[in-house]
Design a protein around this ligand. Structure first.
Ligand SMILES: [Zn+2]
Length: 115
C-alpha cells in the first residue's frame, strides 16, 4: 500500500468517526433531560424536567483581587449553572453526573462575570 493510500484510508476512517460522533452528540442532545434540583447554596428546586438542548448553560467566572506586586487581578472560570425556566432557581451543575460532558449538550453557553 502506498503512503497516499494509507493517508486516504485514515482520512476516511477519521471522517466516519467524526460523523458517528456528531450523530451520537445530536442523539444525546435530543434525549438528555435535566432536572431543577434543590441545592444548599441556592435553595429549593421545583423538580421540573427539561430537555437540555432547550436550556442555556451559564459559565460563571470569579475575580481574584490583586495581591502583592504581580499576583491576582484576573478572572478564573468557575462552575457551570443554569436557570430553571419554570421557577427561576439558579441550578448548579457540579454535583450532576458527568457534568463536564453536559456543557456541550446545552442550547448555548453564556459567560457571566461576578466579583
Ligand atoms: Zn425549577
Amino acid at each position: 500500500m502506498t503512503t497516499l493510500t494509507v493517508l486516504k484510508l485514515e482520512r476516511a476512517a477519521l471522517n466516519k468517526a467524526v460523523i458517528t460522533n456528531t450523530v451520537a452528540i445530536n442523539e444525546k442532545k435530543s434525549k438528555t433531560v435535566i432536572t431543577c434540583e434543590t441545592n444548599m447554596a441556592n435553595g429549593h428546586g421545583c423538580g421540573s424536567k427539561f430537555f437540555i438542548k432547550n436550556i442555556t448553560y451559564i459559565q460563571t467566572h470569579w475575580y481574584e483581587t490583586p495581591s502583592g506586586c504581580t499576583g491576582g487581578d484576573m478572572w478564573h472560570q468557575g462552575e457551570g449553572q443554569f436557570e430553571c425556566p419554570c421557577c427561576g432557581l439558579r441550578n448548579r451543575l457540579y454535583n450532576r453526573e458527568s457534568f463536564q460532558a453536559l456543557k456541550g449538550l446545552f442550547k448555548h453557553v453564556v459567560d457571566e462575570h461576578k466579583d
